[in-house]
Design a protein around this ligand. Structure first.
Ligand code: PLP
Length: 407
């Protein structure tokens, strides 16, 4: 690394936890939190942060500039692109950096539709997609595109026959998420890819919850477009990527300069992109070991809650599920109240997807898998990550038991 970062005392920001108290410059700033909301976001990994720092300070050149500090940053982006591509078995030139997962979803759906909508006017998706997909579909419907929303079964899986039956002569694109953000259910992506290929239809998957958590191989799975977001795998917020298979044309949705091969205008978020590259590399380094640990913690948590509370329902698939995802309905409880009481104990969980916090309508995902209102209102999402331990789970369980038993 050609830049000096010795003047920045990173130790002031890193490892500040001692005796369950967080310190900054020797002063107590808050009690330790017990974080169980990794599907909402994750903390930037220390190694990732260290790689990013120079790009906020000494290495500030615009990657489009011809002088050395510009060219060096262009090279840093190139290296990050290689790392992202390697993680999903793509080619570097198939990776387009964006500002977030939502932007990648917008770019995929609108970019492909606008490039093809002269002759074709139909998209297939599911009822349980993230709002980045569902609201993009709504916009496209207002512009004359027809959208089919596939049902899911009680586990949250689509029916492959229903998918095949819904294909029309003018279907442009199938967009089905790899893994669901609320219930963690993983879709049969390889089989969906096969169907899309057989009918010569493009296949996009929103893999924002999957990348960094499970292995995804775009070649083996016949994926044509894939969205991801760095803050879901210990990278920074405000940077995402879209994979687009070589040879597939899509229309840019933002006018401006020629960055990202003319497909995403705007001066690149160099620090963010470098962070994303490092984060994805780290995420896949020990993925099997990491997943085994998360599954053990997940199963322990579910079993203990079943044993100690009884009146619960596990939502989502038990087998094809993200390793760190637990979604449980506490019957007779209001999960938004439960969430606030847990927060008083320093525990972070979610009563739905983070994006719908403050929204009191029942989750569209829980409704789609057939929950009644009582079950949906009592649903709490607990998502585990690399800093969680068995002791953390015990603390969480004892607080849930106290809150639900002694009301
Ligand atoms: N898609 C899914 C499945 C998500 O879970 C999220 C965020 O939670 C997004 C898209 C949006 O990603 P971002 O927050 O980077 O815009």
């Amino acid at each position: 690394m050609p830049f000096r970062n010795d003047k920045i005392n990173l130790e002031l920001f890193l490892n500040p936890i001692s005796n369950n108290i967080i310190y900054k410059q020797g002063e107590k700033i808050m009690n330790r939190i017990y974080y169980f909301d990794h599907a909402a976001t994750t903390a930037v990994d220390e190694e990732v942060l260290r790689e990013m720092i120079p790009y906020f300070s000494y290495s500030y050149g615009n990657p489009s500039s011809a002088y050395t500090i510009g060219r060096q940053n262009k090279m840093a982006i190139h290296i990050a692109r290689q790392k992202v591509a390697k993680a999903i078995n793509a080619k570097p030139k198939e990776i387009y950096f964006t500002g977030c997962g939502s932007e990648s979803d917008n770019l995929a759906l609108k970019g492909i539709t606008y490039a093809n909508s002269k002759n074709k006017k139909h998209i297939i998706t599911t009822k349980i997609e993230h709002h980045a997909i569902l609201n993009t579909c709504k916009t496209l419907e207002q512009e004359g595109i027809e959208v089919t929303y596939l049902n899911v079964d009680k586990d949250g899986k689509i029916n492959l026959q229903e998918l095949e039956n819904s294909i029309k002569d003018d279907t442009i694109l199938i967009s089905i998420m790899t893994a669901n953000n609320e219930i963690g259910t993983i879709q049969p992506i390889k089989e969906i890819g096969k169907i899309a290929r057989k009918h010569k239809i493009l296949f996009h998957t929103d893999a924002v919850q999957a990348i960094g958590n499970i292995k995804v191989n775009v070649e083996e799975m016949n994926i044509d477009l894939l969205s991801m977001s760095a803050h879901k795998f210990y990278g920074p917020k405000g940077v995402g990527a879209l994979y687009v298979k070589e040879g597939i044309d899509f229309k840019e949705i933002q006018d401006g300069g020629h960055q990202e091969n003319g497909k995403r205008a705007g001066t690149e978020n160099v620090a963010g992109i470098v962070g994303m590259g490092k984060a994805i590399e780290l995420a896949y380094e020990n993925i099997e070991e990491y997943n085994t640990k998360l599954i053990e913690l997940r199963e322990y948590c579910i079993e203990e809650l079943q044993r100690k509370i009884g009146k619960i329902r596990i939502n989502g698939a038990r087998k094809d599920r993200l390793p760190g995802n637990i979604n449980i309905s506490f019957l007779g409880e209001d999960s938004s109240e439960l969430l606030l009481k847990l927060d008083e104990k320093g525990i972070c969980t979610s009563a739905g997807s983070a994006c719908s916090t403050g929204d009191t309508t029942p989750s569209h995902v829980l409704m789609a898998i057939g929950l009644n209102n009582e079950e949906a209102e009592g649903a709490l999402r607990i998502t585990l990550g690399k800093e969680n331990t068995k002791q953390d789970i015990d603390y969480l369980i004892s607080n849930i038991v106290d809150i639900t038993t002694f009301k």
